[in-house]
Design a protein. Structure first.
Length: 98
């Protein structure tokens, strides 16, 4: 079973994604605090990370970089409720999954 980690500062978003993705057969772990994810990153076999662009007090782009410092091959899919082409381009330049 593939494991996906969801990072979003809105708990309801995390719970909704967990419900939908578990129904598709994925194992979902989630947090509203991205700092709690970093220690879990090594040796947990995550297939990908769903990462919110705008987090409380932090930028998803900053965590994209931190995650890729630990695992540069882990696919990271950026999510946002805000349309911003410039930000999408920046996220892909820093390693977000195309």
């Amino acid at each position: 079973m593939e494991k996906i980690f969801v990072i979003d500062d809105e708990e309801q978003i995390c719970l909704t994604l967990k419900k939908v993705l578990e129904a598709k057969g994925y194992q979902i772990l989630w947090t509203t605090d991205p700092e709690k994810f970093l220690p879990q990153l090594q040796n947990n076999g995550f297939s990908c990370v769903l990462l919110d662009l705008k987090l409380s007090g932090a930028s998803g782009i900053d965590y994209l970089v931190k995650i890729h410092e630990v695992d540069p091959h882990l696919p990271i899919i950026m999510m946002t409720a805000f349309e911003a082409v410039k930000t999408a381009v920046e996220a892909m330049k820093r390693g977000a999954f195309h």
